[in-house]
Design a protein around this ligand. Structure first.
Ligand code: BG6
Length: 484
């Protein structure tokens, strides 16, 4: 059974930064896949906008190449590719000047949905918003999509929110966090709020702790300059991991609607205790025989930027008081593997005696790769020899449970861009959410800067610095192995 495709209303989409890396890798392939799935019609217009001097024909060639590289299977189909390229237009434009804006105004059509994707550095967000407004492009059914990083700290995020608010209403602003578009991340809400099974146990009475791991095996190669100014805390924790934490910890919203969901997420961020320095570990990867170390890749021999961070957090509310959340993320770790593990408490009393050992239920939500859900349950080891207990997984790998076609999930960007067109903000961050996340992150970073302690080195292909293991060991707990 193929997944259901609900066509969206006709729209014009302008991609500012249309010749950039994100457009090539993610936005254009995502649009192409949704087009071939039949989700939008042939009177849609997709307009690349950038500084480069080129005409629509040259831009179509650029798009064709991008698709050949990043959506090769689909791009090999000549007919849909030609139909898609027919939708493509281009305008040479200066975000900081007047050149190109009239041409852009002529190319987009009023009376239909107009979406503007800011796939450019944050320093241009304000200029783009201002000029869209000035040229009458913000009127009617217009909306903007803003990529991360949304600010560098609370102050800059606030300033950015204020600038955007001068020209667009909050209901027109789509702040992207692509983790919210991941299939399993949305499934998290379905699992929690679509089943009676888990919610009664989803609190500190039954949950010992929660672990969130987002491990990458790649380094910062190619993005060293950006990354070195950012670090894992700003690049991953303030946004992606924080969003995962919110979905795990939030109260059930009354309905699945944008503000109801976002109100509950915001409450989680606001309930986070400040993090004591002893509860944070920063690391920076070393090189290996075949791989350069972080400082070489960042082209900054003195860099004290972290490529790894692990934290122990407390969500101070009735539901979670006493249940710690352990978060870790890093580059050049042993595998690309991301998961959330909800580790339940021991049974209150073991009727099987000490020799039965210690057994725990663990609900694992695997984000990538091999998306799926696994529930570890305790059973009797088969065969004679008394009551020996073992833990076995009740495994629901989506690809197996749903068949590979159903489990061929759209990329996060496909879903999120279509949500922009549908006008559904549920999976986008609201301004106050982003600010609250920075308000929590800033003191941690400020503390590092004040203390001036460098991050701890860790080996390429490892699980991060040993101190990160200690963060859990000292509480009598263990990280789960990083494996796909
Ligand atoms: C991005 C970060 O937001 O997410 C990158 O800037 C990171 O540093 C990436 O590599 C990870 O995304 P994914 O979808 O590959 O887990």
């Amino acid at each position: 059974m193929a997944s259901r495709v609900i066509p969206v209303d006709p729209f014009d989409l302008v991609i500012f930064g249309g010749t950039g890396d994100l457009a090539r890798r993610k936005i254009l392939p995502a649009l192409y896949r949704r087009f071939t799935a039949g989700q939008f019609a042939t009177d849609t217009r997709l307009i690349g906008a950038a500084r480069a001097e080129m005409d629509a024909r040259a831009y179509r060639a650029f798009v064709r190449e991008a698709l050949a590289e990043f959506a090769p299977e689909e791009a090999a189909r000549k007919k849909p590719l030609a139909a898609f390229l027919d939708l493509i237009d281009y305008v040479t434009l200066d975000a900081r000047g007047e050149a190109g804006w009239d041409a852009l105004a002529q190319k987009t059509r009023t009376g239909r949905i107009r979406a503007y994707y800011f796939s450019v550095g944050p320093s241009l967000f304000g200029d783009l918003a201002k000029r869209l407004h000035k040229h009458g492009l913000a009127e009617g059914d217009a909306r903007i999509v803003v990529e991360k990083p949304f600010g560098h700290d609370l102050e800059s995020a606030r300033a950015l929110n204020r600038t955007l608010a001068r020209h667009f209403d909050e209901g027109q602003i789509y702040r992207i966090d692509h983790y919210l578009g991941k299939e399993t991340v949305q499934n998290l809400m379905a699992i929690r709020f679509g089943n009676v099974l888990f919610e009664p146990l989803w609190n500190s009475q039954y949950v010992d702790h929660i672990q969130i791991t987002v491990a990458e095996s790649v380094g910062v190669g190619g993005r060293g300059e950006y990354y070195d100014r950012s670090g894992a805390m700003r690049d991953m924790v303030q946004n992606h991991l924080m969003q995962l934490l919110c979905l795990i910890a939030m109260e059930p919203p009354a309905k699945f609607d944008p503000d109801a969901v976002r109100d509950e997420k915001l409450k989680v961020i606001r309930a986070l205790d400040p993090v004591a320095p002893a509860n944070v570990v920063r690391g920076q990867y070393e090189g290996s025989e075949s791989q350069p170390d972080y400082r070489t890749q960042a082209e900054n021999p003195e860099s004290t930027t972290e490529s790894f961070v692990a934290l122990k957090l407390n969500v101070s509310n009735w539901r979670w008081a006493g249940t710690p959340f352990y978060l870790r993320t890093g580059k050049r770790l042993r595998e690309r593997a991301s998961e959330i593990a909800v580790v339940f408490k021991d049974a209150p009393h073991s009727i099987f005696g000490p020799e039965a050992g210690r057994h725990r239920n663990i609900l694992t939500i695997r984000l990538q790769p091999n998306e799926g859900i696994e529930l570890g349950v305790t059973i009797k080891e088969p065969g004679p020899g008394g009551m020996r207990l073992i833990d076995v997984p009740l495994d629901m790998t989506f690809a197996e449970a749903l068949g590979s076609e159903e489990a061929d999930f759209p990329d996060a960007y496909e879903r999120l861009i279509m949500d922009v067109i549908r006008g559904n903000q549920t999976l986008f961050m609201r301004g106050d959410e982003v600010e609250a996340a920075w308000a929590w992150t800033d003191p941690i970073i400020a503390e590092w800067q004040e203390a001036g302690t460098p991050p701890l080195p860790y080996a390429t292909g490892s699980s991060g610095p040993d101190d990160a293991l200690m963060l859990m060991h000292r509480d009598g707990r263990r990280w789960r192995e990083i494996r796909p």
